[in-house]
Design a protein. Structure first.
Length: 376
């Protein structure tokens, strides 16, 4: 039997042609033709006020954190069950992270518990749309409005997914996406900051361009550019943007395929879920699925270890991820001590199954057979 790997980047075939085109045009640094094409695609198709490509979602989160203008000790509410960057970007700006628990039905932040975490120092809420499934954004935006907070959606996994018909990333004041090779649409490393609240647009462009007003200069709005604010080098080169453009052109095809693979997993594993041997992803009525990742939740850490080992014996690579951030080496001493049961349960019991464009239905049958045999 051939090995079934966990992730395999998908190439549309156009990537190198567009990179050659970028090289021929001899504009290799950032904010050129391909960057503009990618940004305006997202702005026009989805109605973002402004999109800025970045070198990663982590960088986009750092830009968002800088735009929030935090003072030392300001508080930011972040789910504990997420990737490090969702919290790290704000810690670098001097913020104190107040970790929120996940819901019991899926790993997203439990919106019902947010209000109890708010203090006079709270400035930002960071909902993370785990597996591309929406958080309860109406509830979160209402809380933010009531307490005058900024909402930064970490939509790293959520490209082309929706909340009550609204695209994820268009609802919060700011949002961030990832084009890392493990995501649906990729450029190796890569990301994007999206701005929905226009009060952030001008400063975002400056932070993006090393604290200068160079973007304004390039548009001919000023006759020389200057150092005007903080910032860094957040924009990717045209080579990265050219790669991304090829992916964007095939986005619909990629999403269709991933969603159909997801459905296949769901169908074949449903009998085990009905017998309560495992739990399958629950997608609330307000959310859609974008086929980003397929996970199941085991009943215990021991069962998960057994499952991963059994799959490995059959040359199938399954992985777990996210160790509760409130228990991390770096931040646990700063956590306020609250117990976050759901976050810890996903840490111990969630397993991700192989998911990539070239995965076959027959591969999924093989994977699900191994799982069914184990639980028999
Ligand atoms: C992948 C991911 C990130 C980081 O994205 P990079 O582009 O690798 O920086 C951040 N948050 C979440 C939820 C992610 O899944």
């Amino acid at each position: 039997m051939n090995e079934i790997t966990f992730n395999k980047p998908y190439l549309t075939g156009k990537e190198t042609a567009y990179i050659c085109e970028a090289v021929r045009m001899m504009q290799l640094s950032g904010n050129g033709e391909f960057t503009k094409r990618c940004q305006s695609f997202f702005e026009k198709k989805y109605g973002f006020k402004k999109c800025l490509l970045t070198t990663s979602c982590t960088d986009a989160l750092e830009m968002a954190a800088m735009l929030c203008n935090l003072q030392k000790g300001d508080e930011v509410i972040v789910p504990s069950y997420t990737f490090v960057s969702s919290a790290l970007a704000f810690v670098r700006e001097g913020a104190k992270i107040v970790f929120a628990d996940s819901m019991s039905e899926n790993p997203n932040i439990d919106a019902n518990q947010i209000e109890a975490l708010i203090t006079p120092r709270t400035k930002v809420i960071v909902p993370v749309h785990y597996a591309g499934v929406a958080c309860d954004m109406d509830a979160i935006m209402n809380i933010a409005e009531k307490h005058n907070l900024i909402v930064v959606e970490d939509a790293a996994q959520a490209i082309d997914s929706y909340y009550k018909g609204r695209l994820l990333g268009t609802i919060g004041h700011l949002s961030t996406f990832s084009f890392h090779e493990t995501k649906n649409i990729i450029s190796g490393e890569g990301g994007m900051l999206c701005i929905n609240d226009e009060r952030f647009t001008a400063r975002a462009e400056i932070i993006w361009e090393k604290g200068t007003n160079r973007a304004k200069f390039f548009r001919g709005e000023i006759d020389k550019y200057n150092w005007v604010d903080t910032g860094s080098s957040f924009l990717p080169s045209e080579i990265i943007a050219a790669f991304l453009w090829a992916q964007i052109e095939s986005m619909e095809k990629i999403q269709q395929k991933r969603k159909s693979l997801w459905e296949k997993y769901y169908e074949l594993l449903s009998p085990l879920a009905e017998k309560q041997k495992i739990k399958l992803p629950q997608i609330p009525d307000y959310a859609t699925n974008n086929g980003h990742l397929f996970y199941l939740v085991c009943n215990s850490l021991q069962e998960r270890t057994m499952l991963i080992n059994e799959l490995k014996k059959h040359d199938i690579l399954a992985v777990f991820h996210y160790q509760s951030l409130h228990k991390s080496d770096y931040y646990s001493a700063s956590h306020d001590g609250r117990i976050l049961l759901n976050s810890d349960r996903y840490t111990d019991c969630l397993v991700r199954l192989p998911m990539y464009y070239e995965l076959q239905n027959s591969d999924i049958e093989r994977i699900c057979n191994v799982i069914a045999e184990l639980y028999r």
